[in-house]
Design a protein around this ligand. Structure first.
Ligand code: UD1
Ligand code: CA
Length: 456
């Protein structure tokens, strides 16, 4: 196989996006459109990837810094042929070139492979059948069904406009031929543009075979021009991701109601209920069960753990057989060991909680180290912030904290300590003892009456 060069056309402004962000930086599955195209390109192991950029170029380049790409600027957009001409100095002799569009995020590697295989001695183009072909370049075939030309919509005759087979814009050819053809392009057409598609007629004239591979999968060739396209493609992307998960054996209560904006890895017998959102890198161990409406970002959740509804997890590690939620909020830097329980309206931040400890109701535990078998009563608050600095709370193994307790950090509750309900703890509590700190005198006033509403 000859070497492979890939040219990605991405100079388009994307006017119809009505956005300050360059079109190819808008995201599908939280990844820039161009990032999807690059991933597909890289999978083909080319010797070079050349990106033709224009509008918002510096922002686009910055986003992909460090990637082995050749960036070529097309200052003025004079057409797709002109765009490829800008890449000419970088094309390798004897190589095959594959042309991709930077705004087609679901581009399929299999389609590219087909084109590349054919392109050893022919011009291979990818086409599809469109019920309403308006706007697209039409694939013109002769009586023997051989491709003779691509005619752009604006240049097409009434009869040609009836053709339903259209050009996707993706094609592959030997560089030796591409170089000759690009030199001959003119802009003598309805749009005054240098059409890359004119190379088809040139090939035919020269006796070079042209093959059009028809793809069945329209989404894989759909370009993004407007926010409505972006929304549609996002849905298709999500549906396809969900299908992959189902194929791997993940139970999804409704594959239409899951969103993965990143990478979700699942073990065996994972169950995910409706309306869950996964962001960044998420790993779910065997038998993990996620109830409806959870948001889980950059997290590792070990085997057998169950997450109840409306739980929010961000940048955390959860051990095996843990129980979280409903309505738990696990913030960055938190680790929960095996068999831990975190209940409703509990917020954890940068807390390291050891095995079998329970924080079941209405608590805030931040900047804290919690040992094994600790019970944190309802409404316990670690006062970790004095308005300027943050301090840690250390809670050792087997501590029992009564409800409505404030732990004013820095403070340590030693092993086996018991804290009475309603305490405000400002000094270290010794091991094994009951510590309490609350108002001494409980009073009752006999004959006291509740106020009544004054009649006007
Ligand atoms: C092009 C094809 C048309 C095909 C359609 C598929 C030509 C002449 N026509 O149409 O046959 O049906 O794509 O969508 O090739 N671009 C540049 N520089 C330019 C012009 C375009 O980089 O000067 C890039 C755009 O950013 C985009 C791609 O090329 O990624 C296609 O451009 P677009 O204007 O969308 O396509 P058309 O020229 O209308
Ligand atoms: Ca155009």
């Amino acid at each position: 196989m000859p070497k492979l060069n890939i040219v990605i056309l991405a100079a388009g402004k994307g006017t119809r996006m009505h956005s300050d962000l360059p079109k190819v930086l808008h995201e599908v599955g939280a990844k820039p459109i161009l990032g999807h195209v690059l991933a597909a390109a890289k999978a083909l192991q080319p010797s070079k990837i050349i990106v033709v950029y224009g509008y918002g170029g510096e922002t686009v380049k910055a986003q992909f810094e460090g990637e082995p790409l050749v960036w070529v600027r097309q200052a003025e957009q004079l057409g797709t042929g002109h765009a490829v001409q800008q890449a000419l100095p970088h094309l390798e002799e004897g190589a095959t070139t594959l042309i991709l569009l930077g705004d087609v995020p679901l581009v399929a590697s299999q389609d590219c492979e087909k084109l590349i295989t054919k392109a050893a001695d022919t011009l291979a183009i990818l086409s599809f059948i469109k019920a309403d072909p308006s706007g697209y370049g039409r694939i013109v075939r002769d009586g023997k069904a051989d491709v003779t030309a691509i005619v752009e919509h604006k240049d097409a005759t009434e009869a040609q406009r009836q053709i339903n087979e259209v050009n996707t814009g993706m094609m592959a050819m030997p560089n030796s031929l591409l170089v000759q053809w690009l030199a001959k392009l003119s802009n003598n057409n309805a749009q005054g543009e240098y059409y890359l598609t004119d190379i088809v007629a040139m090939a035919v004239q020269q006796g070079v075979a042209v093959v059009a591979e028809i793809t069945e999968d329209e989404w894989s060739v759909t370009g993004i021009n407007a926010k409505s396209d972006l929304a549609q493609i996002e849905r298709v992307y999500q549906q396809r991701y969900a299908q992959q998960l189902l194929q791997q054996g993940v139970t999804l209560k409704d594959p239409n109601r899951i969103d993965v904006r990143g990478d979700l890895q699942c073990g065996r017998d994972v169950q995910i209920d409706v309306n869950c959102l996964f962001e960044g890198q998420v790993v779910l161990g065997d038998r993990v069960k996620i109830a409806p409406n959870c948001v889980i970002k950059n997290a590792v959740i070990a085997a057998g753990t169950q997450i109840a509804a409306y739980t929010h997890i961000d940048d955390a590690q959860i051990g095996e057989e843990a129980r979280l939620g409903p309505f738990a909020r696990i913030r960055p830097g938190t680790t929960l060991a095996d068999h831990t329980h975190v209940g409703n309206f509990v917020e954890l931040k940068n807390a390291q909680v050891d095995s079998a400890s329970k924080i079941n109701h209405l608590s805030y535990v931040g900047d804290a180290t919690v040992g094994k078998n600790v019970n944190v009563g309802a409404g316990t608050i670690t006062c970790n912030y004095d308005g300027a600095n943050k301090f840690r709370t250390i809670i050792e193994d087997d501590v029992f904290i009564g409800s409505d307790t404030q732990l004013v950090a820095p403070v340590t509750l030693a092993k086996g300590a018991t804290i009475a309900a309603g305490s405000t703890i400002t000094k270290d509590a010794p091991a094994g003892q009951l510590t309490f700190c609350r108002a001494k005198d409980q009073k009752s006033i006999a004959g006291w009456k509740r106020p009544v509403k004054i009649k006007k």
